[in-house]
Ligand binder design. Structure first.
Ligand SMILES: CC(C)(COP(=O)(O)OP(=O)(O)OC[C@H]1O[C@@H](n2cnc3c(N)ncnc32)[C@H](O)[C@@H]1OP(=O)(O)O)[C@@H](O)C(=O)NCCC(=O)NCCS
Length: 167
């Protein structure tokens, strides 16, 4: 509820130059770790050692996609791994809060799926919190479906869904 003394919210500003340009997608660089760590902390509520990003990026460099703004700063990323023959797994996927709902995640996922096909993968899997309705809707739009319930999958005890799609 809003306090009576609080001024009404200003109408949204109309951008002078039209819609923002599509984000640049590029590969991960070690200098991205602080920005990506900050996105992970806010969006996924996790804190990983920087060495994790470095070691995972060396396993499949083109499976780690970074969306950058016009100053080349990361605004989102998708980190994919391949631990099972013929399959990719979306290990981490997040967009900075201020950039969500503008197509950054769609661009990351479309490009990731293209790279998986190019590499000859037949299937992509991922895990998501059961409470994360936004992400589940997003994944469903990309034809992922729930294949399993993962009980107490997350460190805080929340259940997860295992989702998968064929390529
Ligand atoms: C899931 C997540 C990565 C999606 O990223 P995103 O950049 O917001 O994705 P998009 O903008 O491409 O798509 C989001 C929605 O905005 C809509 N959209 C896409 N382009 C748009 C545009 N230009 N303008 C307005 N809306 C747009 C899409 O239709 C989509 O709707 P949906 O709810 O049906 O999926 C993001 O919500 C996120 O970081 N969430 C927190 C972390 C998280 O949950 N990660 C997944 C963990 S498994």
């Amino acid at each position: 509820m809003r306090c009576i003394a609080e001024p009404a919210a200003a109408p949204p500003a109309v951008p002078a130059e039209g819609p923002a340009p599509p984000p640049l997608l590029r590969g991960f660089r070690p200098t991205d770790v602080p920005a990506i760590g900050a996105i992970v902390a806010e969006a996924l509520r996790e804190h990983y050692d920087p060495s994790l990003y470095l070691s995972l990026s060396s396993e499949w460099p083109s499976g780690f996609l970074v969306a950058a703004d016009e100053r080349d700063a990361p605004i989102g990323f998708l980190l994919g791994v391949s631990q099972v023959a013929g399959e990719a797994r979306v290990l981490m996927f997040a967009v900075d809060r201020g950039s969500r709902g503008t197509g950054v995640g769609t661009r990351l996922m479309e490009t990731f799926l293209e790279r998986c096909r190019h590499r000859g993968f037949r299937r992509v899997t991922l895990e998501v919190r059961v409470s994360n309705a936004t992400a589940i809707r997003f994944y469903s739009r990309f034809r992922y479906s729930v294949t399993d319930l993962l009980r107490a999958y997350y460190s805080d005890g929340e259940n997860g869904y295992h989702m998968a799609r064929e390529l």
